[in-house]
Write a protein that binds this ligand. Structure first.
Ligand SMILES: Cc1cc2nc3c(=O)[nH]c(=O)nc-3n(C[C@H](O)[C@H](O)[C@H](O)COP(=O)(O)O)c2cc1C
Length: 724
């Protein structure tokens, strides 16, 4: 519920302010170039930090007829307003040691002045400024709600930088860029609000109040001659040589009037917080004085454009999916009740397929969210389709279900059937469906019609197996039309089979593919294949061997794609699309890498072992059933075994010591701790069961580390996983 409130507010505020945010981010991105172009002019002298103010005053007095003021910019350039000996008035950049002119201070270019005006007020003067202030405030809300959504999605702030599971690239990069740019965007928005509030005099009064400095005998409160130029912001020279005229000195935090002959501070006033905050806001909002910050602001403004695009795409997709469920009948007149738990709407698509199938055989179906569970006068069966969200939690429209279920007394005996929608890439696979199943199981009014079926990543195959189960257990035989789920891989290329091995005792084979056209890929990327007459894309992890793709595939009895590939002859071609999987590429900076896999999870490592440079220490651990299982990889691995930087360990689960990869890791406890403490990266590829086993062992081992925990390893990106 809380999650959906954040989501709705995030979406609503973004939708309201979209056009103006678009304008602000484009113009903001352009304006980020202004401080960059200023900073690269480089009027800063090399020993700027050593120069004293009095040195500069002396040389200026020698070089110019009269000096009005000097000012130190945030780039450490020194500007001076002077009268030259030929009587002209100039504002120039000077060398503070020699007093020489380095260049003219030019007014803001007409282009930047035009864009600044537009960015500040949309050319609408005060009304525009007010509007921009409101939009900045809305942007603050968007970033705050975004922060909560991201934290929830990642399973807490601690896991902020752990692997992003989303497969859709727009959604994926919305999350990835969000983790990096939410904070700079929030700073931009907050400082924008502050600067607008200042313009409209909404901030407390910040007038300066000078107090006269009273000296005890001999006391020196500031040695004017030693004051460094880097400590000052501005110095206004005395109006005349008369003793009562003084220097007006602006330091970082206060203003002082200083006696022009003896350097004594006559009076001073500290800047109020409001003034200091205004200055900081200006610097942070415009990037003045720091090329790095200006670049961050530039990329943040551009990332806002991406957020708008990907956010819009996600919202349209969600709205479409939510609208999918057909018109519902009256709850008390229906034989079937279909209850849905969904966060982003994909479960609704499956629900509508099932609902249509029931309607096509003349059955009345009442459809509702799990949160709306109630009594049903005529219902014979309740079917629950529910996703799992967060960390094994209920999706937002099912959060109240457990409570309501305990309060509602069913009117009659009913059958029930639960279908869980989830993803094996999450540790608590379909956990909420398990919880719902337990509730029904323990209730005396309900009898199980079909066992709980879990659908991994909206797999049509899994859904079809539930369809079969339903048809076997029910008198009503249904035909579910899955055509609406038809997918097509994007940017497909043609691949030719250049080699294929026979199936080994594990029904596993290797297939080598050559792209017909130039295709960029790397070991760890994924190959998406839509087999003929199928509507579901299958993904295989790629090993790059020279310029070919090597896949290691286990042929499943009813596996459509693995069967299709296992029957491919050398020379045959088919279409597929490479999908980048940046998060599972060979780490570039690690000095030590542990490659841990089982079964066909070995694939990306076959290429990575070749790719790893000789100065990188690699510990390769693979688990298979028998020595026979190992044989198809033997040639490749034996070549690598000779490299001195690679250590190979193999665990056989069905012969020899009957070991698993996690047993090898457990036996190497000291090495694991030392490696991880020295920054090693552990890469895991293979089954979820292996991932679970390895994670448990690592968790146990790391209890003996003085500095690291498993959570820390994950947040340091020292653990990369690609398990299925
Ligand atoms: C942020 C997030 C968290 C998720 N957490 C889990 C989880 O803990 N367990 C699980 O099995 N699936 C999890 N999933 C996968 C979803 O349950 C799965 O994609 C489901 O099909 C989504 O259905 P919906 O679109 O109807 O919400 C998660 C997905 C996301 C985006």
């Amino acid at each position: 519920m809380v999650g959906s409130i954040w989501r709705y507010s995030h979406f609503l505020v973004a939708a309201i302010s979209a056009i103006f945010l678009l304008i602000a981010s484009v113009s903001g991105a352009i304006l980020a170039f202004e401080p960059i172009s200023q900073s690269i002019q480089d009027y800063k002298i090399s020993d700027f930090n050593q120069v004293t103010l009095s040195e500069t005053i002396v040389v200026l007095k020698e070089n110019y007829e009269e000096v009005l003021d000097i000012e130190v910019s945030s780039d450490d350039f020194v500007k001076a307003s002077v009268f030259t000996f030929d009587g002209s008035s100039e504002t120039i950049y000077i060398d503070p040691i020699t007093g020489e002119k380095l260049g003219d201070v030019k007014p803001q270019s007409s282009f930047f002045s035009f864009v600044t005006n537009f960015h500040r007020s949309l050319f609408l003067k005060s009304i525009g400024r007010g509007f921009v202030g409101i939009i900045s405030f809305l942007l603050c809300i968007i970033t705050i709600t975004g922060l909560f959504l991201l934290a929830e999605r990642q399973g807490g702030l601690k896991k902020w930088f752990t692997k992003v599971q989303e497969k859709d690239w727009g959604q994926r990069y919305h999350v990835i860029l969000g983790r990096w740019f939410l904070i700079p965007i929030f700073i931009l928005a907050l400082t924008g609000v502050y600067l607008s509030a200042e313009k409209f005099s909404l901030l407390p009064n910040n007038d300066l109040k000078h107090t006269t400095v009273k000296y005890e005998t001999g006391e020196i409160i500031q040695d004017f001659t030693k004051l460094k130029l880097s400590e000052i912001r501005k110095l206004v020279f005395p109006f005349s040589p008369d003793e009562e005229d003084y220097f007006e000195l602006t330091l970082q935090d206060k203003e002082q009037f200083v006696h022009q002959y003896n350097g004594k501070v006559l009076s001073e006033a500290s800047f109020p917080f409001v003034t200091l905050a205004s200055r900081l806001s200006m610097t942070l909002h415009t990037g003045q004085g720091s090329i790095l910050w200006s670049l961050i602001l530039l990329v943040s403004s551009l990332s806002m454009l991406f957020f708008m695009y990907s956010g819009l795409k996600m919202s349209i997709k969600r709205i479409r999916k939510k609208k999918v469920v057909l018109k519902v009948d009256d709850k008390d007149s229906c034989d079937f009740v279909l209850l849905i738990g969904s966060e982003t709407g994909s479960t609704n698509v499956f629900a509508s397929i099932f609902q249509r199938a029931l309607k096509s055989v003349g059955k009345k179906v009442f459809v509702a969210s799990l949160n709306d569970y109630s009594t049903y006068v005529n219902a014979k069966q309740i079917i629950v389709f529910t996703a799992t969200y967060g960390n094994g939690d209920a999706p937002s429209n099912a959060r109240k279900f457990q409570k309501i279920f305990s309060e509602v007394s069913p009117l009659n005996q009913m059958k029930y059937s639960i279908v869980g929608f989830g993803s094996k890439s999450y540790p608590n696979y379909c956990q909420f469906a398990d919880e719902v199943q337990n509730l029904f199981k323990q209730h005396p009014n309900f009898v199980e019609a079909t066992r709980l079926v879990k659908i991994n990543d909206q797999s049509q195959q899994d859904f079809k197996s539930w369809e079969k189960l339903w048809n076997a257990s029910s008198e009503i035989k249904l035909q579910m039309d899955l055509s609406v789920l038809q997918q097509k891989p994007k940017r497909q290329k043609t691949f030719e089979v250049v080699e294929r091995t026979l199936l080994n005792s594990d029904n596993t084979f290797l297939i080598t593919l050559r792209p017909k056209k130039r295709t960029r890929f790397q070991s760890g990327d994924l190959l998406n294949i839509l087999p003929p007459e199928s509507s579901t894309i299958r993904q295989y992890s790629i090993s790059k061997c020279e310029n070919d793709i090597l896949l290691s595939i286990k042929k499943h009895d009813k596996g459509v794609c693995s069967t299709f590939l296992s029957e491919m002859k050398v020379g045959a071609t088919f279409k597929g699309a490479v999908e980048k999987n940046e998060e599972f590429h060979l780490p570039k900076k690690a000095k030590e890498i542990w490659m841990i896999s089982n079964g066909t999870g070995i694939t990306p490592f076959l290429g990575m072992l070749e790719e790893a440079k000789s100065n990188v220490k690699v510990y390769f651990i693979w688990g298979g059933r028998t020595f026979e299982s190992y044989k198809i990889y033997k040639n490749k691995l034996e070549e690598i075994r000779n490299n001195s930087n690679v250590k190979l360990s193999i665990a056989y689960s069905k012969e020899q010591d009957r070991n698993y990869v996690q047993d090898i890791i457990e036996s190497e406890e000291r090495e694991v701790i030392t490696a991880l403490e020295n920054g090693a990266v552990f890469m895991l590829c293979g089954s979820v069961a292996m991932q679970k086993g390895v994670t448990e062992v690592l968790e146990k081992i790391m209890q003996n580390s003085a500095t690291l925990t498993l959570d820390k390893i994950e947040s340091n990106a020292q653990m990369l996983t690609d398990c299925y």
